[in-house]
Design a protein around this ligand. Sequence first.
Ligand SMILES: NC(=O)c1ccc[n+]([C@@H]2O[C@H](COP(=O)([O-])OP(=O)(O)OC[C@H]3O[C@@H](n4cnc5c(N)ncnc54)[C@H](OP(=O)(O)O)[C@@H]3O)[C@@H](O)[C@H]2O)c1
Ligand SMILES: *[C@@H]1O[C@H](CO)[C@@H](O)[C@H](O)[C@H]1NC(C)=O
Length: 293
Amino acid sequence: MGLLLKSLFPRMGLVLAIFFYSAKQEFKVEMLKGKRVIVTGASSGIGEQMAYHLARTGSHILITARTEDKLQKVSTQCRELGAASIHYVSGSMENMAFAQEVVKEAEKLWGGLDMLILNHIGSTYFGYFKGDTEHLRKLLEINVLSYVTMTVSALPMLKESRGSIVAVSSLAGKVGTPFTVPYSTTKFALDGFFSSLRQMLVVENANVSITLCVLGYINTDTAMKTVSHVIRNKPAPKEECALEIIKSGALRQRELHYPYISVTIPLLLRDWAPDFLDSLTRNNMDIEKVKRT
Ligand SMILES: NC(=O)c1ccc[n+]([C@@H]2O[C@H](COP(=O)([O-])OP(=O)(O)OC[C@H]3O[C@@H](n4cnc5c(N)ncnc54)[C@H](OP(=O)(O)O)[C@@H]3O)[C@@H](O)[C@H]2O)c1
Ligand SMILES: *[C@@H]1O[C@H](CO)[C@@H](O)[C@H](O)[C@H]1NC(C)=O
């Protein structure tokens, strides 16, 4: 006890003091002006909104997804909103050669890269786990392996620019939820890869920030279509969500919790009262409404 009082408490005090008094850096538009940014899954939803925010800040943007005509429309809008430049490449992230190609395109266009925003996901179901390992394998490729592939390809440029990686994940990638077995498997994997890589980069003295975005329920068309009949609480707006993601990357934050309260409380409960958290999570759903197939 004496030792505790003498050494641990003063140190804890110091840590708390630093935590509370370190002036939190504020986001400024200039942080992203002229920066070279890749956004994946930018043809719809949160990715599309991120492209618009980046355009308003005057970034150089490269967007990607499968559907070319949607990417074309998003590009036109980005040009009107003030992007320093806007390009797109269409293709599927099932294909790792394509994932590499997107990064190469950025190198060709700009000779470097400041921010890599990984946001795309393959389509999956919200429902009873079907034991379909082939679906899970494909989803792991799209949601995880392509993130790893793009990260590996982009790291030399990001080290050079002291850039940032932003990986979009979910509360379902931190906490077990029913009806999302394949999806959660892939999102938990992102936490493993990026949290470990963050440590690796520190050890290597590489100044590349990694931000893991832990998102709650957001009102994108895909989410509304798949879960709105089951989830009881109200979704948060995709426009604000997209802005918070971009800010968190620019500020080089370790994690983003959005919406803050509805993500942070489950994360606090997770280690202390996991069974209680599990039942809260189930109670937040109208399980009767999930179709058995
Ligand atoms: N909405 C939510 O409630 C919520 C909650 C937590 C986390 N998140 C996360 O937020 C991110 C964005 O979600 P969202 O709701 O905005 O989804 P979304 O609107 O469905 O967007 C998904 C994007 O990925 C692209 N995509 C799909 N399959 C692809 C493939 N095989 N190869 C390349 N691109 C592909 C889609 O475009 P194409 O179809 O044109 O390829 C689209 O641009 C995801 O990482 C998701 O896990 C969302
Ligand atoms: C890492 O890079 C950022 C952005 O360039 C810079 O603000 C920060 O001071 C750098 N940190 C270190 C430890 O060099």
